[in-house]
Design a protein around this ligand. Sequence first.
Ligand code: UD1
Length: 431
Amino acid sequence: MDRIRILGGTQLQGTIPISGAKNAALPLMIASLLTPETLTLENVPRLADVRQLLRILTNHGVDHAIDGKRPGDSPIAGQTLHLSAKHIVDTTAPYELVSRMRASFWVLAPLIARMGEAKVSLPGGCAIGTRPVDLLLMALERLGASIDIEGGYVIAKAPQGLKGAEIVFPKVTVGGTHTALMAAVLAKGHSHIRNAAREPEVTDLAQCLIAMGAKIEGLGTSDLYVEGVAGLHGARYEVLPDRIEAGTYAFAAAMTGGDVLLERARPELLQSALDVLQLTGAKVTATPQGVRIVRNGGGIQPVDITTAPFPGFPTDLQAQFMALMTKAEGASRITETIFENRFMHVAELSRFGAHIRLENDSAIVEGMPKLKGAPVMATDLRASVSLVIAALAAEGESMIHRVYHLDRGFEQLEQKLGACGAQIERLSEAG
Ligand code: UD1
C-alpha cells in the first residue's frame, strides 16, 4: 500500500492542469451500454475508478480501446476512450465488481432500458453515511420496471420495455437523476423528471445522450423532459473539467499562500466555492486559460458554509474547506446537509493540531496560526485530499497512509502539486 510523504510550508506557485471530471466520466461511460454503436469519450481522467468501471463494463460485453499518446501531447492530457456495447453478453453486475464503487450501481438503468432485465449487486463505495438507493429504484419502478431484492442483489425486469412517466424526487439525488435519464431516453413516450439534480455532471450526461440521439429538454434546470426514442446511436463527447479537483487545488493554493493558475477550470462550475474563497481573503480571477488563485501575505478569514445541491457549496469540497479553515484567523461553522457521517476527516485533521468540535451536523473549527506535520490516515476520497491540503501548510513532515482512496479520484496528484513547488513524494510500502 502506497503512502505519501509531504514536507509542509512551501507556497504553491505555478500552473495546475485540471483533468476531466471523474463524476461525469463514470455516468458517461455507463451510457455506452445504451447503444450498440461506439461511444467515444475524450478527456477521460486516468483514475482507479475509471479502470474499475472498465472492468465492470467488460463483464457486460463492452469492448474498449484507449488511444495512445501522440507526439506533443501533454503528459497529463486526458485519454480518449472508445466504448462499444454491440453485444451485451451478461446483464448481471456481480458483488465482487460493484462493491468497491457506488457509481457502478448505475449500470442498472441502461441495462434494463436496453435489455429489459438486469441484476446488480447493491453498491459499496465511500463510507460516508448510509447512501441508500431507494430513489433510484423508485425512478425505475415509475417507468414500469418490477424490482425485487434478493441476496444482496437488485433484480429489475421490464420484459415489455419501459414506459415514460412522471418521476418526482422528494430530495435532490445525482445518481437518481442519472438513473432516471438513462432509463427514460429509451422508454416509450414522455417522461418528466421533477426536482432533478442540476449538477454540471448531470447536464454533461444529458448533452452526451442528446449527441447519441436522445430527446431531452430542460438541461441545467430541476425539470427535465424526455421523449423516449427507439434506439440511440454512437457519438463523440468530451468530458467536462473536474470542478471538485479545481476547488481542491484552489483551497490548497489559498492555504499555503500562493499563486496558482488552474488551467481549464471553468469558474461557473464552482462559483459558490470561489465566492467563499474570496470571502476568506484570496483573490480569484477568471482568465481565458482558467482560474487564478492568489493569496499573498494576508491572513485567512473565517467563513461559515453549509453544503447544498448545485449551485450550492458542494459536499465534495467540504473536507477540503475545513482544512483551509483550520488556519483561519477565528472560528467558522461548517454544516453538512447532504451526507450524515461525512466528518471522518475531523479526527485526522486534529492530528495536525487543528481545533475542531462536532455539534450534530456541524463542525466548529477554531483556526490556529500553525499546524504541525503528523502521520494520518486517508478515510474516503475527499477526506483524504483534505489531509494533503493540511499537510502542505503544516510545519515539518507528514505521512499520509492508505492513499488508494486518493487514487480513485485525483489524477497525478503528486506530479501536479510537485510542479508548483510542493515537497511531496509517493513511497511504496517497501520504500
Ligand atoms: C454523487 C457524487 C458524489 C457527491 C454526491 C452529492 C458521483 C459518482 N458521486 O453521489 O461525489 O458527493 O453526488 O453531490 O457522481 N439518497 C437517498 N436515496 C437514494 C439516493 C440518494 O436517500 O436512492 C440521498 C443520499 O443518501 C444523500 C442525497 O440523497 O443524502 C444525495 O445523494 P446523491 O446525490 O444520490 O449522491 P450520489 O449520486 O451517490
